[in-house]
Design a protein around this ligand. Structure first.
Ligand code: G3I
Length: 388
């Protein structure tokens, strides 16, 4: 939702002062501000009309785009409604957790691909593309990592991991998030790099090494750098976008085999203003490096929205449509994936629950797998997108 927050604030000051007095007023003012804010976001004139029930993957393909979602293996095994919905709506699947270090490395000298293989087979059986997430990250490292990996052996572990995992699916992977979330300017490191074990053990060159090893193991896969918190117009995001751009420029200038940027797109309704111009400029800057762009983990948190599900659904749908209309305007954007497909299975239930205890509603399908206005918003964005 693109809103001019200074107008909103001015009106809030007016509402906060006029006709309200004392501490209560501030509290009421705050509530009325929240209501006002959500009213401002909840534009009743938007009907999110969409023609037909054509699945999102088909609407995306019609424009040369790929649409899909992340899912965990266990939910696909146990929930037949999720399985039906994923097969109907998605042209690409990414394992939510099954290809991370803690899932495939039970011991320093052991790999276990049982769960990841199941998902790779599921995608193949249902003619879906398959993408990998993620070969190098600072989170979800196995418990033994801290005791075993050090400055002397870190390169061996990194090269062995990337080679073994990437080779296993070589030729069958649409793309890999080779390195995930390597930038964190608040860590105070050179070039805004995140103070991860990989940086501490190997220095900044671990990133280039990762892409070169992955390219050697699977020359066919599109190799992606995946990052979060790039979407909003705050100072922190601006600094992060600049650091990511410089990293990509550096990698490209050294001939690193990197092909795309993944923008996670974990959006939060009613928090942080999206600035279309800044976001669009960033996308053009990335594209000008000859890189493609994937929207890799799209969801819209409704944690801060009023309790009424109908209001929340309209606001969440507005954020989906407004965000996608900007990003899909950039022809280098080739894929959009949700991080989950149905509200029944979303990481946000655990990670950012609502204070009123109401189930969160961040995804295109509700917890009964029925399309929501967010589904309409995505369908409309694909229908209105320029053909690639
Ligand atoms: O596998 C264990 C299980 O054995 C144990 O019983 C259970 C309870 O403790 O935990 C299970 O591990 C959980 C894992 O998901 C698999 O379900 C972890 O506790 C939990 O922290 C982990 O959360 C994942 C999170 O990444 C970790 O940071 C979320 O499911 C996953 O959606 C989320 O995904 C990340 C992307 O990889 C990167 N971008 C951000 C995105 C959201 O945080």
């Amino acid at each position: 939702m693109f809103k001019n927050s200074s107008i909103t604030r001015r009106r809030f000051v007016y509402m906060g002062v006029s006709g309200l007095a004392g501490a209560t007023a501030v509290a009421v003012g705050k509530d009325s501000y929240q209501m006002y804010q959500s009213q401002a976001l909840d534009n009743l004139k938007r009907d999110f009309k969409v023609v037909g029930q054509t699945p999102l993957k088909k609407r995306a393909t019609a424009k040369g785009l790929i649409y899909g979602a992340a899912s965990g293996r266990d939910f696909l095994v146990s929930d037949k409604n999720l399985k039906t919905s994923i097969v109907r709506e998605c042209g690409i699947l990414v394992p939510e957790n099954e290809l991370k270090w803690d899932a495939v490395r039970p011991a320093p000298d052991k790999f276990d691909f049982t769960r990841a293989d199941w998902l790779a087979q599921f995608a193949r059986t249902h003619n879906m593309l398959f993408r990998g997430h993620t070969l190098v990250w600072y989170m979800q490292l196995p418990n033994w990592f801290k005791e075993v990996v050090n400055r002397q052996n870190a390169e061996k572990f990194l090269v062995e991991h990337i080679t073994t995992v990437t080779k296993r699916y070589a030729g069958r992977m649409h793309s890999w998030d080779v390195v995930n979330e390597a930038i964190e300017p608040d860590d105070g490191q050179k070039a805004g790099l995140r103070k991860s074990p990989w940086l501490q053990f190997l220095g900044p060159d671990y990133i280039e090494l990762a892409y070169r090893v992955a390219a050697q193991a699977d020359p066919k896969a599109m190799l992606v750098y995946n990052e979060n918190a790039l979407e909003y117009s705050g100072r922190k995001e601006e600094v992060k976008r600049t650091a990511v751009l410089k990293l990509l420029e550096r990698l490209k200038s050294r001939g690193t085999p990197i092909h795309a940027l993944g923008i996670q797109s974990h959006l939060v309704a009613q928090e942080g203003a999206l600035n279309a111009k800044k976001l669009r400029t960033f996308l053009s800057d990335v594209a000008s490096l000859g890189l493609k762009i994937l929207i890799t983990e799209l969801d819209v948190s409704d944690q801060k929205l009023p309790s009424d599900p109908a209001v929340r659904d309209r606001i969440v749908a507005s954020v989906y449509e407004d965000y996608l209309s900007v990003v899909l305007d950039e022809k280098a954007v080739i894929a959009v994936l949700n991080w989950g497909l149905s509200d029944r299975h979303t990481w946000l239930s655990t990670f950012t629950p609502r204070s009123d205890g109401a189930p969160v509603r961040p995804l295109p399908l509700d917890s009964s797998f029925k399309p929501k206005l967010a589904w309409n918003a995505m369908a409309r964005a694909f229908d209105q997108a320029r053909k690639r």
